[in-house]
Design a protein around this ligand. Structure first.
Ligand code: ATP
Ligand code: LTN
Length: 336
């Protein structure tokens, strides 16, 4: 057996609901990029999940391809990782049905994301929104993933995935690997620039709340200057200074300096000075990503090739698992 086969599997997805923010980058994609060497990684665009809320089809279509280009621009390397679009591997929807038949109404009713999203979309509490965690479980279990890098908001969904997998294994034998959460500590949660008590989110209606990966330098500096901070002027990390602490986390992750070093660097300098410095740093960090993204978008054919190739590799793994599942359940496959 060669070393490649021994690597543990890491898998994660992102919905095409907007251009990625600095929160997505720091909290997710930057780490996806880092672990590519160590793990066998699969990263996908969860376009079927985005049907659970009303979206403009034209925008979803555009954002799906944009998201693939953004992943590559952020350093996801198709020589090391499998990159694909969820809907290109129909096995996700198939396994989702099977798992739905092994998931209880009661346990789905307890999901906080379902409660949150149904109160925000009171006119469209559809069955897909309710079954969202089941499709997510299918995404993960199809690839026998050992680790799933997710934000704290998705922890409950990973818990239910583990419950479903354990239940299934108990009934039908060792079919699924039980996945573990992979949650990093530093920068795990980047907060909104306008309300540092809520998460920076790409679907926020107010663009001043987030830095988009594609924002220009001027816009980035302006957004940081407008960021909500307290009336103090000391650049100190503290729970009762959530605004400046959030900016310090961003500065620390992007510069590679510790929070202590950041405090020392800006001691006595004031918020205005710090906000300009962080704006310049982030803009400079994002520039090569933006350049790479622009180049990738010019070559649609290449992007299409990446997606097809990724889907082909993913399908092989997914089909193997689904055949095992069907066999265990007595669902006749064509090669019986
Ligand atoms: P939406 O606004 O559509 O809910 P989002 O910006 O909250 O999207 P998701 O698509 O739900 O992002 O998440 C993609 C990945 O980015 C997940 O791994 C999630 O944990 C991570 N992530 C999202 N927002 C942040 C944030 N503010 N800080 C750190 N990580 C984040
Ligand atoms: N629900 C996730 C996106 C997502 C995902 C997954 C993440 C869909 N399927 C499988 C990890 C593994 C989100 O909204 N961040």
């Amino acid at each position: 057996m060669n070393m490649e086969n021994k690597k543990q599997v890491m898998l994660s997805g992102i919905q095409p609901t907007g251009i990625f923010t600095l929160g997505n980058y720091i909290g997710a994609i930057k780490n996806w990029e880092k672990v590519q060497q160590e793990y066998k990684c699969l990263y996908f665009i969860a376009n079927l999940h985005s049907l659970t809320v009303k979206n403009d089809p034209k925008i979803i279509k555009q954002l799906t391809l944009d998201s693939v280009a953004l992943l590559l621009a952020c350093g996801i390397d198709i020589k090391k990782s499998i990159v694909f679009i969820q809907s290109h591997v129909p096995r996700h929807a198939e396994l989702s049905w099977v798992l739905a038949c092994h998931t209880q109404f009661g346990e789905l009713s307890r999901m906080t994301q379902f409660k949150d999203k149904s109160s925000k979309n009171a006119d469209n509490i559809n069955a897909g929104l309710f079954c969202y965690p089941v499709l997510m479980a299918a995404d993960i279990l199809l690839y026998q993933a050992n680790y799933v890098p997710i934000g704290a908001d998705q922890k409950q969904h990973l818990e239910i995935t583990r419950d479903i997998a354990n239940r299934f294994n108990k009934l039908y034998g060792d079919i699924f690997e039980i996945p573990n959460p992979y949650i990093q500590k530093k920068g795990a949660r980047i907060m909104s620039l306008q309300d540092p008590t809520s998460k920076m989110s790409k679907s926020d209606n107010n663009p001043n709340c987030y830095i988009s990966i594609l924002d220009t330098k001027d816009v980035i500096i302006k957004k940081f200057k407008r960021a909500v901070t307290d009336s103090d002027t000391n650049i100190i990390y503290s729970d009762d200074k959530p605004g400046i602490s959030n900016l310090m986390t961003i500065y620390s992750v992007i510069s590679g300096k510790s929070i202590k070093e950041t405090e020392q660097e800006f001691a006595g300098k004031g918020y205005g000075y710090f906000k300009t410095a962080i704006g310049e740093l982030v803009a400079c960090h994002l520039k090569p990503i933006q350049d790479k993204y622009e180049k990738l978008l010019e070559d649609k054919k290449y992007l299409q090739e990446v997606c097809l190739n990724g889907a082909e590799q993913a399908s092989k793994i997914a089909s193997k698992t689904l055949n095992k599942v069907y066999k265990s359940l007595g669902i006749l496959t064509k090669n019986f």
